[in-house]
Design a protein around this ligand. Sequence first.
Ligand code: PHE
Length: 341
Amino acid sequence: MKKRLNDFHNAFLSEIEAALTPEQVRDIEIKYLGKKSDIHLMLKNIGTIENPDEKREMGKIINSTRNEIQKIIEEKREIVEKKSIERKISENHMDWSMPVFSADEGSLHPVTIVQREVESILTGMGFSIVDGPEMETEYYNFEALNIPKFHPARDMQDTFHLVNNMIMRTHTSNCQSRSMEKMKPPLKIIAPGKCFRYEALDASHETAFYQIEGLLVDENINISNLIAVMKILLSEIFRRDVKVRLRPGYFPFVEPGFELDINCLICGGAGCRTCKNSGWLELMPCGMVHPNVLRYGNIDPEKYNGFAFGLGLTRLVMMRYGIADIRLLNGGDLRFLKQFR
Ligand code: PHE
């Protein structure tokens, strides 16, 4: 039996040595350690050995041979599996088992984040979003908004004039005139977008900035409707109840026109640096749509009226995130932008 075991062991060694693939190793394992293997039979036959010493010794030898074979098979398996993966990699030029490194993820610009929030609040109140051109005619930017040529109010908005006789829109109010022309009342629109003014750059002035225009035209609209919508909008934006106040403000396309202030959220109205000790922050110009503007939009001012507001989106973003310098917003500095992930 010893000789038989020895031959068995040697046959195993030469076969395992020659094995190259995981499949071959598995076949060898079945052949040499499986239920039908010689070693299994030998172990079964031990019972027929009469001499107890011999019986014990054979049992020991067979078991240790079996353990050794098992160990060699495991070692070999590891080697051929690794080789087989390497072979697949070199055949495919691609290592599917490599861990995935996620790409450097981008993020939304802070203006986009706040714009979407405001859009969602106002669309929730029934406003629809419209878009208007950034390169605009003087007609839609000024004339149709009750600012005739040579009217001094044009000086309020330093304008970029283009060689093709058009201008860069100075406000999103061009969407007021454009929407009235296209749609009939009741009209409830907002128009977010970029505006351009010929400004000297500093911490609070940029040549390109964002506004969200709002316009509502219907029958029997009054100032309390305007205040209610503004209050709801601002309370949602700042996630708390905000106090507002109206001061007279001059914009040729509204009558009466207002500057809407909110109670300073930093000091709660007591007075601080941000609100220049007044307790109030100027946030949103607004007013009741001027009858002339309705006429330009082919809407009968005897029947309809409405209100309009111009939310300074860029200003709002700066307040929301405590950004002290407006130039950071258009600067494209990744160290700044990555903070809004
Ligand atoms: N368009 C005005 C501006 O940019 C703001 C405004 C909008 C005022 C709507 C009143 C009503 O200065």
